[in-house]
Ligand binder design. Structure first.
Ligand code: ADP
Ligand code: ADP
Length: 237
């Protein structure tokens, strides 16, 4: 479970990006963040794993206060938080399999992949994940040979490879066509449900939110102005 308590962010420039945001996300629940550009959606997502340092407030993942962690503790905590990005952030000249395996192992994994020294159990696990995201026929393709939708499937498998307790997903479909966007959203929601994973998704598209998530949080000028079923959304949120 993820809990944010009175989270605020004022950037060094004086821009007030978040003001007293409090919310809880239950296991298996996928929350869609919506709101106009500049509302604070990216800042909120980045404050959770402290890619952006919150100015005040707390982030709890289970019993752990992420905001109170030292540098080493934060490094360990980030291994429990899977991230999925708009631009996929794949290593272009590595294969699909290598991209998935190098997610958890990071820099070391990246170099190890040149020597193919991954433990068999990790490789089996990666196969299972690639099968789940529909890429079992593309395991040995290089990332730069994939379509956008396939790249995002790799991104999802890579995030799952670290066996996360939380997924943070920033505009996962912003670079994809409408049909592929729907496939990717459906996959994310199904996987979170299967695994009981809580997730926060910055969705740029209200129609997608309405189709795929049961709870949306609307941000405006850094404040929560809506929290509920997407069916209750009115045109002005
Ligand atoms: P989006 O609307 O998709 O969130 P933005 O244009 O707001 O994109 O931001 C793009 C990038 O620029 C982000 O990494 C954000 O952190 C950064 N950024 C946005 N506003 C500012 C600003 N006023 N000063 C410095 N960096 C900013
Ligand atoms: P959204 O993702 O909803 O478009 P952001 O979180 O990117 O919103 O931005 C929220 C506010 O914070 C905006 O006013 C933006 O200009 C500002 N901002 C974002 N990133 C930075 C940054 N790195 N430095 C300064 N201001 C920023």
């Amino acid at each position: 479970m993820l809990r944010l308590k009175d989270l605020s962010k004022v950037y060094a420039t004086g821009d007030r990006a978040l003001t007293d945001v409090s919310l809880t996300v239950e296991p298996g629940q996928v929350v869609g963040l919506i709101g106009p550009s500049g509302a604070g959606k990216s800042t909120l997502i980045r404050c959770i794993n402290r890619l952006v340092e919150p100015t005040s407030g707390q982030v709890y993942l289970g019993d752990m206060d992420i905001t109170g962690l030292s540098r080493g503790g934060l490094r360990r905590a980030r291994r429990r938080i899977g991230m999925i990005f708009q631009e996929y952030a794949l290593v272009e000249r590595l294969t699909v399999m290598e991209n998935v395996l190098s997610g958890r192992l990071g820099y070391v994994g990246f170099w190890r992949s040149f020597f193919r020294k991954f433990p068999p159990a990790s490789i089996e696990n990666a196969y299972r994940l690639l099968d789940r995201v529909g890429l079992s026929d593309h395991v040995n393709k290089r990332a730069d040979a994939l379509s956008g939708g396939q790249r995002q499937r790799v991104g999802i498998a890579r995030a799952l490879e670290q066996d996360p307790d939380l997924l943070l997903i920033d505009e996962p479909t912003a670079s994809l066509d409408p049909k592929t966007s729907r496939q990717i959203m459906r996959l994310i929601v199904e996987i979170c449900d299967e695994r009981g994973l809580p997730a926060i998704i910055n969705i740029h598209d209200v129609a997608l939110a309405q189709q795929f998530v049961r709870r949306v949080i609307g941000l405006q000028s850094g404040r929560v102005v809506f929290d509920g079923s997407p069916d209750e959304l009115t045109a002005d949120v």
